[in-house]
Design a protein around this ligand. Sequence first.
Ligand code: ATP
Ligand code: MG
Length: 324
Amino acid sequence: MNDQISVAEASALAARVLDEVEKAVVGKRDALMQVLAAVLAKGHVLLEDYPGLGKTLAARSFAQALGIEFTRAQFTPDLLPADLTGSFVYDQRRGEFEFRRGPLFTGLLLADEVNRTPPKTQAALLEAMQERQVTVEGETFPLPAPFHVLATANPIEYEGTFPLPEAQLDRFLLRVSFGYPSAGQEFDVIARRLERRQEDVVLEQVTDGRGLLAMQAAVETVTVDESVGRYCVDLAVATREHADVLTGASPRGSLGLVLAARAFALLRGRDYVVPEDVKAVARSVLAHRITTRPELWMTDASGRRVVDAVLGKVPTPATVAHHR
Ligand SMILES: Nc1ncnc2c1ncn2[C@@H]1O[C@H](COP(=O)(O)OP(=O)(O)OP(=O)(O)O)[C@@H](O)[C@H]1O
Ligand SMILES: [Mg+2]
């Protein structure tokens, strides 16, 4: 059974987690809020960015503040599914095979450069994300809870990379980019580093795995007015009807929108969702689920632009009544 905490308590804990992470990561409040919202909504995150923008630092910092085990796996071209799941190894002394758990058995997995590994290994990761269990030689092993994946991918598809197929992108609740810091923030990174006289930032542990499960349970009690639920559907449908779009967001997309918006509402200290919460997560939830027409790939018709267009077009529901 989960410990019971209120939305207000969960919100206060989440704010402390963010504050801790921000001791290490400079100037990325919005992206960090998105990542935490995804985790609170029991989802996985795709971090799409160039090298050196603080992705590893952010993942490690979240694991520290949340008090969950952190594992990093580098996805190389020769990584095999068994390198992730684990495999049976022969125990000489006992004379039998024993399952040795792979890096998937953790709290927060940083799956670094997922687009550098071949589809078979990507599939093993995505299956674990979806099913929260792994099957090896016909035997099934449940993954611990909480279990979250932060996968990184380089946005440039250079030679020898395997872009994640559409169907697999859909499994990430959010896709987030950190982007370059401002010059002021970049200098702040340097100033803080010089001041602490060491590489690592020491962060306080705010909660633990059990606490995170309780926060996730609190998110489940955040209420969603019917008008807001319908708004999420209208947005997803509008992505499918957009002229530049080949395939739009699936029902998994509209559901993701509701679930992420609910966690975002909690982060903002509310126990009910308003359309602004939906708008705040819409780009990160929907853009990676949209494919634009191939003949438009050389233009600036991207998933992001489509989401911006539908946000501008679909009528926002009137302020929702807060009823419990
Ligand atoms: N926003 C930031 N705040 C604080 N430190 C930062 C930030 N961005 C980069 N750094 C610093 O830059 C270095 C690189 O960060 P990190 O290793 O997290 O990058 P990365 O995005 O994981 O890169 P890669 O894609 O190469 O793995 C670290 O020393 C980190 O402290
Ligand atoms: Mg890294």
